[in-house]
Each structure stands twice: as structure tokens, then as C-alpha cells.
Design a binder for this molecule. Structure first.
Ligand code: NAD
Length: 293
């Protein structure tokens, strides 16, 4: 029997963590939101407030729902606030070392039956689970961006994940109104195994001068009916995350077809990470996005 999830802890108040907190609170669950500093949690809460307000203006939710969702989320700068959580979802930067350190610090604060879920886009769930004291209650729970809009959540079992962990997480995801796709624990799972090489190829297409930023995006929007061009999408995901996923694919599958494009590396080295830093393949500092190449 799946256990009921009532209290959720979210680590990382960036674009994914804030989205996960948003959908959990709207589903009536109590949420504790953590990040490295108070201002990051405040920024996450401001994003959630803005996104809930947009849902009200589009008549997707009522003003009462917005207010009660906001009341459900409390900041938790220390993991001591996670003591009552039934599940804790980690959504920190896509870096294995950072994630492993987070789990080592987190575990002593949790009750023994708390499930830990990682929202990693690509890193081995089995390897991350090994950094915890509970590999059997550890699972990959991969939300899509933007979380309040996208219907899918990938669930990934590590080698030790117990059936009860899987069933409880699956029923929790259904409660959020999302559909589950089950993926095996191989680099980047299903969605990013397919999506990121396409984005990387779009960056190669730019790097080799086959098309301009706008040309490539228009081509894929109008020519393949993608709702966003691949370079716009890369900026939306975050170029640091795109690069990390390509590195995990390249190292994990040892196939040169996954080598990250040097131009992607250059943008990340410049700190031009896409929308979250206001510059990536487009510059977002003005009224309209302007291509940077
Ligand atoms: P982001 O850069 O927007 O947010 C990451 C947050 O983690 C930041 O606020 C940062 O301060 C915080 N953080 C870093 N180290 C921390 C620590 N030790 N403790 C607490 N907080 C810490 O990144 P994001 O796009 O939200 O990505 C987060 C995770 O979600 C990554 O694993 C990423 O691969 C995954 N993901 C991203 C997308 C996407 O489209 N961006 C989609 C699905 C999954």
C-alpha cells in the first residue's frame, strides 16, 4: 500500500525547486523550502507568488487557492525543519558533488521512513542513493520545466529502491495531477536522452555557421512544429544544466556522439547561462530578446 504524503521538503529554490513547491502547495500539501541562503528562498517564494498570480489571471486557479497555497509554504534554512517531512525532493544545481554533499548533510535530520527524491536531469540514481543512509527509500523524481505547466514526471528506481518507495512516490505524483513515465537508471533517462542531444546538435549547427540563432529557432518552430526553438529552449533550461547533462551522457555512455559542443562550453564559462542570468543565446535585458550571435 502506498503511504500518504502530507509534508514535503524541497531543497533548492531555483526554477525547478520553486516549481515543485508551487505544485505541492496547490495540491494541499505542507511544504518546507530550503536553499543555501535566505535571499534565495525569498526569491523562490517571489517566483511562486508571481506564477500563482499568473494562474489566477488566466483563470486556472482562484484567488483563494493562490492564498491558501502560499500559506502552505514555509522557508527552512536548516535541514532541522525537515524532521516531519514524508518526502524530501532535492532540486539543487546539476552537479554530483553538490548533490552528494547535500544528502550527507540532510540524512541525520530525517525520520527513518522519509523518502528522498532527486530531481536530477541525468545523474545516476543508484550512485546518488549510495551517498544516503537509505538507498531503498531513494528514487529519481524528474519534473519537467515549467513544473506548474508540464504534465509529465519521470520516475527512476535505483538498484536498491523498494517497491513501497516507488508506489508511494507514484501515488504522490498522481495527487499533483501529473502523469508518470517510468525510466530505467541510465544517463539522462528518457526525455533528456532524446532532447539534449537535439539541443547540442542545434548548438553545433550554430557553431559551424549552418544557421544563425534566429534561423535555427525559426526553422525548428515552423519546420518541425516545436513550440520553442532549440536555442530558446536551451536558454530556458539553463546552459549550465544543458552542459552537465551532455557531460553525463558523454561520460556515462562513452560515445563521441554525445560530446558537448565547444560553443556551449564557452557560454557556460562566460557565465551566460540563459534566462536565469539574463544572457545566453539571447540577451534578455531589453524589452525583446536579442540574439547574442
Ligand atoms: P537553478 O540554478 O535554477 O537552481 C538551483 C538552486 O539550488 C539554486 O537556487 C541554488 O542556490 C540551490 N543550491 C545549490 N546548492 C545548494 C545546496 N547545497 N543546498 C541548497 N540549495 C542549493 O537550477 P534548476 O534549473 O532549478 O535545476 C535544479 C535541478 O533540477 C538540477 O538537478 C537540474 O538538472 C534539474 N532539472 C532542471 C530542469 C530545467 O529545465 N532547468 C528540468 C528538470 C530538472
Amino acid at each position: 500500500m502506498p503511504k500518504e504524503i502530507r509534508r514535503v521538503g524541497v531543497i533548492g529554490a531555483g526554477q525547478m525547486g520553486s516549481g515543485i513547491a508551487h505544485v505541492c502547495a496547490l495540491a494541499g500539501l505542507d511544504v518546507t523550502l530550503n536553499d543555501v541562503a535566505e535571499d534565495k528562498i525569498k526569491a523562490g517564494l517571489a517566483t511562486i507568488n508571481g506564477n500563482l498570480a499568473r494562474q489566477v489571471s488566466r483563470q486556472r486557479i482562484t484567488e483563494e487557492q493562490r492564498q491558501s497555497a502560499l500559506k502552505k509554504i514555509t522557508p527552512g534554512l536548516s535541514f532541522d525543519h525537515f524532521v516531519d517531512c514524508d518526502i524530501v525532493i532535492e532540486a539543487v544545481t546539476e552537479n554530483e558533488e553538490v548533490k552528494r554533499k547535500t544528502f550527507v548533510q540532510l540524512c541525520p535530520s530525517l525520520k527513518p521512513d522519509t523518502i528522498i527524491g532527486s530531481n536530477t536531469s541525468s545523474i545516476s540514481i543508484t550512485r546518488l542513493a549510495a551517498a544516503t543512509d537509505r538507498p531503498e527509500r531513494f528514487i529519481g523524481i524528474h519534473f519537467m520545466n515549467p513544473v506548474p505547466v508540464m504534465e509529465l514526471v519521470e520516475l527512476i528506481r535505483g538498484i536498491a529502491t523498494e517497491d513501497s518507495t516507488f508506489e508511494t512516490t507514484k501515488s504522490f505524483v498522481s495527487k499533483l495531477g501529473k502523469t508518470v513515465a517510468v525510466a530505467e537508471d541510465f544517463p539522462a533517462f528518457i526525455v533528456n536522452r532524446i532532447l539534449l542531444p537535439m539541443i547540442n546538435e542545434a548548438i553545433y549547427t550554430l557553431y559551424e555557421g549552418v544557421g544563425t540563432v534566429e534561423g535555427i529557432d525559426v526553422a525548428m518552430r515552423l519546420g518541425a512544429h516545436h513550440p520553442m526553438g532549440p536555442l530558446e529552449l536551451a536558454d530556458f533550461i539553463g546552459l549550465d544544466t544543458c552542459l552537465s547533462v551532455m557531460q553525463v551522457l558523454h561520460e556515462g555512455l562513452a560515445d563521441s556522439k554525445y560530446r558537448p559542443c565547444p560553443l556551449l562550453v564557452k557560454y557556460v564559462e562566460a557565465g551566460w547561462l540563459g534566462r536565469k542570468t539574463q544572457r545566453g543565446f539571447y540577451d534578455y535585458r531589453g524589452e525583446k530578446p536579442v540574439p547574442t550571435r
